[in-house]
Design a protein. Structure first.
Length: 429
């Protein structure tokens, strides 16, 4: 990030999830002095890997499918030296399976901005006429109160096999209640660009290996001070500025040129910033990891498959680990691990042609507040990066980036926060 005529003091980044790391990486690359405070003992937040004692191997705490059109994510990875950490096919291809019937197909958008590929039956969703794809244009005009179902209806195979899976994956909210206007930026930046913008990408070795560890190395190499097990308890404000950060027995005084970026969950931000409006509702994501006796039979360049009609929506494979994701899983998050494993193993066994009666070792990971509930009413509560104090800014996938609460949104929010730090902000009266 280039220099500016704005502030040039130290920057205190609170939170070492992806939004906080993105903020710090952007600032450190521009030569700013950065201190990062993280309440947990490790960085990454909801996007990290760890050694699981039960399975005896390293797993991700969740599964994430990215797209080649996620430009902020690519900038972040390049800045941290992890530009090759994501893998995917040379061509855009999304394999699917209907677990009820066993039918398999691939959704394969073509090159070029004009989507001539929809006239090729081999590329589009089966049994969905080409003219049905024009319903995508309705997202451009979706109002602030419109849901996905309101916008494209719920009849036909295109809804079941494309719009509903896309809504649940991008919004972690059902198509019945998900905010339709958040899907157009996704379509515009990825699928509307043709194949170049919508190639699927996954972490080659793990989430921490891609998003966390390279960032920490880069930051330490730039002299950043990273402090774990430091929970911010209060901020003292005077004359429209944050003046002091209180971490229990320790405090950090802020000089005239110093800035703060809060990259914390919405409830934590609301407790620290007077009068801040934030989304109040959240949705869970359930992930189940299975330890297979042998590597699964998915192609290395396509180590995932979308699931229709089952409990899970996506299956990811890395070596001996098969992982399923259940987004918008409010009706399942309170089930026992055993019940969740048995229900999702049926999906895995069907997809990988394994014995559904032989349940392997498993680990269930529940993120009860994985994302904000991206309904029209909650989306309206997303705050801007600048929150009214001259030296205090917000970052997080829940900030109003114009995108759904995804990895791309988290990283972009960090870039926006860093940009605001360098430019200064409006003084609160």
């Amino acid at each position: 990030m280039g220099s500016s005529s704005g502030q040039s003091g130290a920057v205190h980044v609170v939170g070492a999830g992806l939004a906080g790391l993105s903020t710090a990486v952007s600032l450190a690359a521009g030569g700013r002095q950065v201190t990062i405070y993280e309440a947990a003992a490790q960085a990454g937040g909801r996007c990290r890997s760890y050694e699981d004692a039960r399975l005896g191997c390293r797993i991700d705490n969740g599964n994430h499918l990215l797209l080649s059109g996620n430009t902020a994510t690519r900038r972040y990875l390049n800045a941290t030296g992890a530009g090759n950490a994501l893998i995917g096919p040379a061509r855009a291809c999304f394999p699917f399976l209907d677990v009820r019937t066993g039918r398999r197909w691939s959704f394969r958008p073509g090159a070029g901005i004009i989507p001539w590929w929809i006239f090729d039956k081999r590329r589009r969703v089966p049994d969905a006429p080409a003219w049905r794809y024009l319903s995508a244009l309705r997202f451009i005009f979706a109002g602030p109160g419109s849901t996905v179902r309101d916008t494209v209806g719920n009849s036909g195979v295109l809804f079941e096999r494309l719009w509903e899976p896309l809504a649940v994956a991008a919004l972690n909210t059902s198509a019945d209640t998900g905010a339709a206007r958040l899907l157009w930026p996704v379509l515009r930046e990825t699928f509307a660009r043709g194949e170049a913008g919508c190639r699927p990408l996954v972490a080659r070795d793990g989430l921490s290996e891609a998003f966390v560890e390279p960032a920490l190395r880069m930051l330490r190499g730039h002299g950043a001070d990273i402090r774990f097990k430091n929970r911010l308890q209060a901020i003292e404000y005077r004359k429209g500025r944050a003046r002091e950060l209180r971490f229990g027995a320790e405090t950090a005084a802020l000089g005239e040129g110093d800035s703060v970026v809060l990259a914390v969950p919405p409830a934590a931000a609301a407790a620290l910033v007077p009068g801040l409006t934030v989304p109040e509702q959240s949705n869970p994501i359930v992930n189940v990891h299975f330890l297979l006796s042998r590597p699964a039979g998915l192609a290395p360049e396509l180590p995932f498959i979308g699931l229709i009609g089952g409990t899970a929506q996506w299956l990811f494979v890395r070596g001996h680990i098969a992982s399923v994701t259940v987004s918008a899983g409010s009706d399942l998050v309170h089930e026992t691990a055993e019940v969740l494993a048995e229900r999702t193993w049926h999906d895995v066994a069907t997809a990988l042609e394994l014995d559904p009666k032989v349940l392997p070792g498993y680990r269930v990971v529940k993120e009860k507040r994985a994302t904000i509930a991206q309904t029209p009413s909650q989306v309206r509560r997303r705050p801007a990066t600048a929150c009214g104090y001259r030296n205090l800014f917000l970052a997080g996938d829940w900030i109003d980036t114009g995108l759904p609460a995804t990895i791309e949104s988290a990283i972009r929010s960090g870039e926006n926060a860093a940009r605001n730090v360098c430019a200064g902000g409006p003084l609160k009266a």
